[in-house]
Design a protein around this ligand. Structure first.
Ligand code: R5P
Length: 292
């Protein structure tokens, strides 16, 4: 049977080999197309990094300072967030469905700040995650915590669920007050998450040897912002983490509790995506703040 549209002069460029490019994210080359596509909605393919805006704190501590009115105070920041990390309750009730970047949905929960926080369970079904069109599901992993094994099982079950639908799994290394957030602990926690199948890991920055944490973790690491710091210090921390191998930040309080959140998230972007020095980024923050 001859080809219906066959013309004699077609050029198949048989001498040009098909491109076979590696995926831009560390350790992610063997993932499936849908997963890579979703990761490209979290990490900017140009810089290979992300500024995630974390606003999921309410899932265990209620209306956190700065998150009382997500509609008024957070939605205006969305243009500068590569990704929003939130609960499905906030997503459905407040976040405009026109938001076109990645959503990282809080996928674990259970205890409030009044109880042992490590006693979490999976808090979403894969059907719901697909329905919400999320890019990743986030789960706390409490290495050394009271319910360590249960939280690790939450991670591995979510990895299975996520991989079945091409949705990434973000393992969040949650460090209890009794544990020291040094490089030794962070290497242990992040490596366990990677070994057990997480797509990427969120952990804390540490002042000494953080590059050993990123080096020994075969998948991307983003750092948590942690408690509110003066803006210059938060920018310095983000800079140090990026220069030592982090693939981005997942920052909450240091953005939405800033005296000028829109200026702060834009300054963080400078550090993360443009390798801007913290002193310059801080000047940029002050300039934007004064202008607003
Ligand atoms: C806490 O477990 C949540 O995952 C937060 O999203 C996370 O702590 C990041 O927020 P922050 O920068 O305020 O620490």
């Amino acid at each position: 049977m001859p080809e219906a549209d066959a013309r004699e002069d077609r050029n198949f460029q048989a001498d040009v080999p098909q491109k076979s490019e590696g995926f831009f994210l560390k350790g992610s080359n063997a993932l499936d197309w849908g997963l890579k596509n979703r990761l490209s909605k979290i990490f900017d393919p140009t810089s290979g990094r992300t500024v995630m805006l974390a606003i999921d704190h309410g899932y265990f501590q209620g209306p956190t300072t700065g998150l009382e009115r997500v509609d008024l105070d957070i939605v205006p920041l969305l243009p500068w967030a590569d990704t929003l990390m939130c609960t499905r309750g906030i997503l459905r009730s407040v976040i405009p469905p026109t938001y076109g970047k990645g959503i990282v949905i809080r996928a674990s929960g259970g205890p409030s700040i009044l109880k042992d926080l490590s006693n979490e369970q999976i808090a979403i079904s894969i059907e719901e995650a697909v329905r919400l069109n999320v890019a990743a599901m986030a789960v706390q992993v409490f290495i050394g915590g009271e319910s360590e094994t249960q939280s690790v099982h939450n991670l591995t079950r979510l990895v299975d669920m996520g991989n079945s639908a091409g949705i990434a799994t973000l393992a969040v290394t949650a460090v209890g007050r009794e544990l020291v957030r040094d490089a030794r602990y962070l290497r242990l926690a992040t490596r366990i998450c990677a070994e057990l199948g997480a797509t990427y890991v969120k952990t804390y920055f540490c002042d000494e040897d953080f590059e050993t944490v990123t080096a020994s973790c075969p998948i991307p690491i983003v750092i948590a912002g942690g408690k509110k710091l003066p803006e210059k210090e938060a920018l310095q921390m983000a800079y140090d983490a990026i220069q030592q191998g982090a693939s981005g930040v997942d920052m909450g309080r240091n953005i939405f509790q800033s005296e000028a959140p829109a200026a702060m998230i834009q300054a963080v972007r400078k550090v993360v995506h443009e390798n801007e020095k913290p002193e310059i980024a801080f000047e940029y923050f002050r300039d934007l703040k004064n202008r607003s």
